[in-house]
Design a protein around this ligand. Structure first.
Ligand code: ADP
Ligand code: MG
Length: 195
């Protein structure tokens, strides 16, 4: 997968290995070439990069994820676009790297116990409360988009993160800020109309 990509780095990150793919994107593990820090980078599929509506939707995901900083929701730290030598744009989102597997992969290995189902359900509900608090609607909650994390926690303790806000409903941006080239306060003091 990596060898067929027209790029092997994004900003200062070197793409290391594929982590997964969905209908809209490929996700890679990547490492910062100077700092050695690891991240996940979501690259929009070529059909997404070419279509203005899908491009806007992809960038909406970055806008949603940058806002949320919560242990049950994937967090993004940046996004951008690379233009390849053949002039093809590739949109990307830089996210925290999650170690683990999706709930879909877990279910393929056998049914959940009642305790596992309870823990997963509660944590997904917590994630959705946080998402709702930001005025967002995920709209694509399914086992592929729920990650079960591997970490040092006690074996019976599951940790869950909700990923993939690719078709989330993001509230319209607040009314654009109007910037005044000159100092607005003095204009107000002089009683001038600013609009
Ligand atoms: N931050 C991440 N860390 C590790 N793996 C990830 C991460 N984000 C996504 N993945 C993997 O990549 C797959 C596709 O990512 P996703 O965001 O769901 O893309 P799509 O919008 O195309 O469905 C996921 O099902 C998961 O296996
Ligand atoms: Mg997905």
């Amino acid at each position: 997968m990596l060898s067929s990509l027209p790029i092997d780095r994004v900003e200062a990150y070197r793409l290391r290995r594929p982590l997964g793919a969905g209908g809209m994107a490929l996700v890679f593990e990547a490492v910062h070439e100077i700092l050695g820090t690891e991240v996940a980078i979501k690259l929009a599929a070529p059909h997404v990069c070419r279509d203005p509506t899908l491009r806007a939707r992809f960038l909406n995901e970055a806008r949603a994820l940058i806002k949320i900083d919560h242990p049950r929701v994937i967090h993004a730290t940046g996004c951008g676009q690379i233009v390849t030598e053949d002039d093809a744009p590739i949109l990307y989102i830089i996210m925290e790297l999650l170690r683990g597997r999706t709930l879909r992969d877990r279910l393929a290995a056998g049914p959940l116990s009642i305790d596992e189902a309870r823990q997963i359900g509660l944590q997904v509900a917590e994630a959705m409360c946080e998402v709702q608090r930001h005025g967002l609607v995920h709209r694509d909650l399914k086992p592929e988009n729920i990650m079960l994390l591997e970490d040092g926690a006690a074996e019976r303790q599951l940790r869950v993160k909700v990923i993939d806000f690719g078709i989330a409903k993001v509230p319209a941006a607040a009314a654009p800020v109007r910037w005044f080239p000159t100092c607005p306060q003095s204009a107000e003091l002089l009683g001038q109309k600013l609009s």
